[in-house]
Design a protein around this ligand. Structure first.
Ligand SMILES: Nc1ncnc2c1ncn2[C@@H]1O[C@H](COP(=O)(O)OP(=O)(O)OP(=O)(O)O)[C@@H](O)[C@H]1O
Ligand SMILES: [Mg+2]
Length: 252
């Protein structure tokens, strides 16, 4: 079942055509990874789904309802969002950062505190140690974990994650990828995940949507894409890491 549907979606910034006629469906419970180079329109697509950017033409539906018919603020709160630059509020403690959406949606103090402890444990940071710290008292990787915790706090059905593990060393990144897989299995969330890293895409995705210069080049599982790349761009994308790819698939 499609939980999110894009139909012929376009975005123009003035005369610049940033997203070109993109149609796709996100299935309930899947992790769909948008993979593409810098400037290919990945962030713009995410932001159109939660209406941080208004689409120029086409239709986006969330759970069968055209998003233009939904209150943008309520829509945004129903979609947990991990933004590309983490975006923690520096003057708020970790607990306050994590509790932001629950506070805005009227949870009581004790409910918020309980939930903050829960999500901090979920992302592997000791609540007793971290909840009263400020973001600049955390490492980059810990801050990114908090970004994920904040997106999970109000228990949204769907998570939109924009390069949440960018700018991390390889080891921390792999740890967080594995944790995300665990979280997803436990919580059964639908996840839309953006990356420019093909291995990250292969690790996390049920299906991959390859973007290039604003176009959706191909959508499919890792194996489908490897078996039959739909365009020259996808072929090139796969060609460079082919050796690693074989290792990744465990082939000799
Ligand atoms: N507010 C804006 N005004 C004008 N152009 C914009 C705006 N936002 C994005 N663009 C342009 O639209 C294109 C797509 O941008 P987008 O941020 O979606 O790319 P991206 O795939 O997320 O790239 P990256 O991997 O670097 O984050 C880029 O060429 C960008 O310069
Ligand atoms: Mg981006």
């Amino acid at each position: 079942m499609a939980i999110i549907k894009l139909e012929n979606v376009n975005k123009y910034f003035d005369s610049f055509h940033a997203v070109k006629d993109v149609s796709l469906e996100v299935r309930k419970g899947e992790t769909l990874v948008f993979l593409g180079s810098s400037g290919s329109g990945k962030t713009t697509v995410l932001k159109m789904i939660n209406r941080l950017v208004e689409l120029s033409s086409g239709v986006i539906e969330v759970e069968g309802v055209n998003i233009l018919e939904l209150d943008p603020i309520r829509l945004r709160r129903s979609l947990g969002y991990v933004i590309q630059s983490i975006g923690l509020f520096p003057h708020m403690t970790i607990e306050e950062n994590v509790s932001l959406v629950p506070r805005l949606t009227g949870w009581s103090d004790s409910e918020r505190r309980e939930r903050a402890v829960e999500v901090l444990e979920l992302i592997g940071l000791d609540p007793a140690e971290f909840r009263h710290r400020y973001p600049d008292e955390l490492s980059g990787g810990q801050q990114q974990r908090i970004g994920v915790a904040r997106a999970l706090a109000a228990d949204p059905k769907m998570l939109l994650m924009d390069e949440p593990f960018g700018a991390l060393d390889a080891v921390t990144r792999e740890n967080l990828q594995q944790e995300l897989i665990g979280i997803k299995e436990r919580l059964q969330k639908t996840i839309i995940f953006v990356t420019h890293d093909i291995f990250e895409a292969f690790t996390l995705a049920d299906r991959i949507a390859v973007m290039h210069q604003g176009r959706l080049e191909q959508i499919g599982s890792r194996d489908e894409i490897i078996a039959s790349p739909a365009t020259e761009f996808v072929e090139e994308l796969l060609a460079s890491p082919k050796k690693h790819l074989r290792e990744f698939q465990g082939a000799p």
